[in-house]
Write a protein that binds this ligand. Structure first.
Ligand SMILES: [Cu+2]
Length: 155
């Protein structure tokens, strides 16, 4: 029985070294959860994408830009209340603090996709670039979602 703790110690140290090796890959520094693109209204050239980002690294990173072959341009947007209305505003960068999550959701932060492709497209490949956490690439299914009237607005 005396060997058991040693075995466990070995397993844990092997796990830890694997874990720290994985940290050298850019994938895994920021994890993507539940990404999706809102299916565009027919005839419209823009839509929004939503997801959750978890910065599982020990680095404070900043999201600097985003791109996709599905859209000509992507901006980070947020919603603000102004004059009793919800309006969208572009934001240049978004801080992804170590150990924290960022939620892009309807009525809040979102990715705004301009000049989107038309046709029966099931999903979009999207890349978000960061300053120190590498590039975050993921596939977002394009889903039709009923938007509340308040959200169909003011770009
Ligand atoms: Cu927007």
């Amino acid at each position: 029985m005396k060997k058991l703790p040693l075995t466990l110690a070995f397993v844990f140290s092997a796990y830890c070294s694997m874990h720290s090796m994985a940290g050298h890959h850019q994938k895994g520094t920021i994890e993507v959860d539940m990404p999706y693109v809102r299916a565009p209204v027919p005839g419209h050239s823009m839509t929004a994408a939503f997801l959750t980002l978890n910065n599982v690294s020990e680095k404070n990173c900043r999201l600097t830009s985003a791109s996709s072959s599905y859209a000509k341009k992507i901006e980070f947007h947020t919603h603000i209340h102004q004059d009793g209305m919800m309006k969208m505003r572009p934001v240049d960068t978004i801080d992804a603090v170590a150990g924290s999550s960022i939620t892009f959701k309807p009525g809040g932060l979102h990715l705004m996709l301009f000049g989107i492709k038309h046709g029966d497209i099931p999903s979009a490949e999207i890349t978000i670039n960061t300053d120190k956490c590498g590039d975050i690439s993921f596939t977002a299914p394009i889903k039709s979602i009923k938007s509340k009237p308040a959200e169909a607005m003011h770009h």
